[in-house]
Design a protein around this ligand. Structure first.
Ligand code: ADP
Length: 500
């Protein structure tokens, strides 16, 4: 249990885990928008508040500016005068603005001299500031310094009496943004609390989602493990996603293939045992009956011993064929490829087989359509050709014929063996390449067949990346056609051989 938890934890921490990736994706997808929203909302609140504050203060300053002009604060009208009362009123107004916004208001005349400073420290001094100069040129400025927490702005006062609307003074005002900052802080704190809550919810969601979403994959693994552990051997069924369905389908197909392979292997072993036991049983019967006879005549001994010898030959033949087949499976890649004159090879094989044909009074004809040179494994190709021609002779009628043709195109050579023999029933055609399959067991046995010849032949042909086809009419004859590439390409010969 602990090991399982540890394993799952390790898998979760590994970036290769789908669960971890899903968790991270949900987490990022949830958190990024919330962080963007927080900074976006707080930022736009700050900007809007500053703008609002600037326009409110500027409005108030304009009103004060008008008061300054109407009360002839700057003594611009020769007939006008500024009473100390109205000066006090205006000063009080300025004080009020600077108190209200926790700031400082300075009135600067066109000679850049400070006429009024609500802080009272710069009055009478000259101020040289870019903003002030710009403002005298008619450009109202404002500047927000969030780092030091103040807003600085300039507004000009024009002489309402003059036709030109000349700027006679500039108000340089700086106000604190403390209240905005305080609001921002409260908002930020609230947003942080909300964000923390959201993080908890998103993390929980990410965990739940990543666990739930990957569950079908875990169910597939569990089902496969059950098969592996041997709890079940039939196909698995897991309801999940289309992707898991594909995995399950592929696994079931693999399972089916493995089961078929296992069955065929079992069948093969059964067949081998059976085939090997048959001659042994015959030998035993022959020996027992000789022993039971006691004083049997010498001719009978000779006859029985001849039968025993032929059974031993048969046993030998089966073992030789089996070894050839096993060797072919094991050394599938080890083809000893040489460039060979195929016409000569066929001639040689036919020379060896003609005596057998003669015994059965079967005529063997070779039609060499063109000279063929191909890259083949000589031993294996000899096996192919010998098996096919031998079968054509073996399963032939008296006075029958066998025709061997050799042809080639630019890519393949074609080796065709036709006979006037017994033919193969249609329902047997699909089985003739199976190990130990014989159409007529007793007849084949009589002839000396083991049922392994065509299995060896097909395996050899596939190793050469070629093909073998058969056409047959029962009672009329059979023809096998082998097509093999002239040039051997190193490829997946093992796979080809496994397909047998
Ligand atoms: P065997 O050693 O019995 O000949 P094979 O694998 O070579 O085994 O052939 C399998 C079976 O296919 C044979 O038993 C025979 O019944 C049938 N067969 C093969 N070649 C021919 C043929 N040319 N004509 C008729 N039947 C054939």
């Amino acid at each position: 249990m602990i090991a399982k938890i540890f394993r799952e934890l390790k898998a979760f921490l590994s970036m290769r885990s789908l669960q971890t990736r899903m968790f991270l994706v949900v987490l990022v997808a949830g958190l990024v928008p919330s962080v963007i929203m927080r900074y976006g909302i707080l930022g736009s609140y700050e900007e809007r508040s500053v703008q609002q504050r600037i326009s409110t203060v500027q409005n108030q300053l304009m009103i004060v500016g008008n008061h300054l002009i109407s009360n002839n604060y700057f003594n611009t009208k020769p007939e006008g005068y500024t009473s100390s009362v109205s000066r006090e009123v205006i000063d009080a107004e300025l004080e009020m603005i600077s108190n209200l916004y926790e700031g400082r208001v300075m009135i600067i005349d066109s000679g850049l001299k400070v006429l009024k400073d609500t802080y009272g420290i710069s009055e009478g001094k000259t101020i040289i500031s870019e903003e002030v100069i710009k403002c005298f040129q008619g450009q109202i400025t404002n500047n927000y310094d969030s780092e030091h927490g103040y807003i600085e702005m300039t507004t000009f006062i024009t002489d309402a009496g003059s036709d030109t609307g000349e700027i006679i003074a500039v108000m340089l005002t700086s106000i604190s943004n403390e209240s905005i900052a305080a609001n921002l802080e409260v908002l930020g704190r609230n947003a942080l609390i909300l964000e923390s809550l959201m993080i908890v919810v998103i993390v929980a969601m990410a965990i739940v989602l990543s666990v739930v979403m990957t569950r079908p994959f875990n169910r597939v693994t569990e089902a496969i493990n059950e098969v592996k552990a041997g709890y079940r051997d039939e196909s698995i069924f897991v309801q999940g996603y289309a992707e898991t369905d594909h995995i399950v389908d592929a696994f079931n197909q693999l399972l089916k293939r493995m089961r078929t392979l296992d069955n065929s292997r079992q069948e093969f072993v059964e067949n081998v045992s059976h085939e090997l036991k048959t001659p042994m049983a015959a030998i035993k019967v022959l020996a027992d009956s000789l022993l039971a006879q006691g004083d049997a005549p010498a001719e009978l001994y000779r006859e029985f011993l001849e039968d025993i010898a032929s059974e031993i030959d048969r046993e030998n033949q089966i073992i030789t064929d089996l070894l050839a087949l096993v060797k072919m499976d094991k050394k599938a890649q080890e083809l000893n490829i040489v460039s060979l004159n195929m016409n000569e090879l066929v001639e040689l094989i036919l020379k060896r087989l003609r005596p057998i044909a003669r015994k059965k009074d079967v005529e063997v004809v070779f039609e060499s359509i063109r000279p063929v040179v191909a890259e083949v494994d000589e031993v294996k190709m000899t096996l192919v050709m010998t098996n096919l021609v031998e079968n054509a002779i073996k399963y032939n009628k008296e006075h029958g014929w066998v025709k061997v043709e050799l042809d080639a195109d630019h890519q393949y050579f074609i080796f065709k063996v036709s006979d006037s023999g017994l033919g193969i029933p249609e329902d047997s055609l699909a089985h003739i390449y199976e190990r130990f399959y014989r159409v007529d067991k007793s007849h084949s046995r009589e002839i000396g067949g083991t049922g392994l010849g065509l299995a060896i032949t097909k395996s050899s042909v596939l190793m050469h990346r070629g093909s073998i086809t058969v056409a047959s009419v029962e009672g009329e004859g059979t023809s096998f056609t082998v097509k093999v590439p002239l040039i051997h390409t190193v490829g997946n010969a093992v796979l080809a051989a496994e397909r047998v």
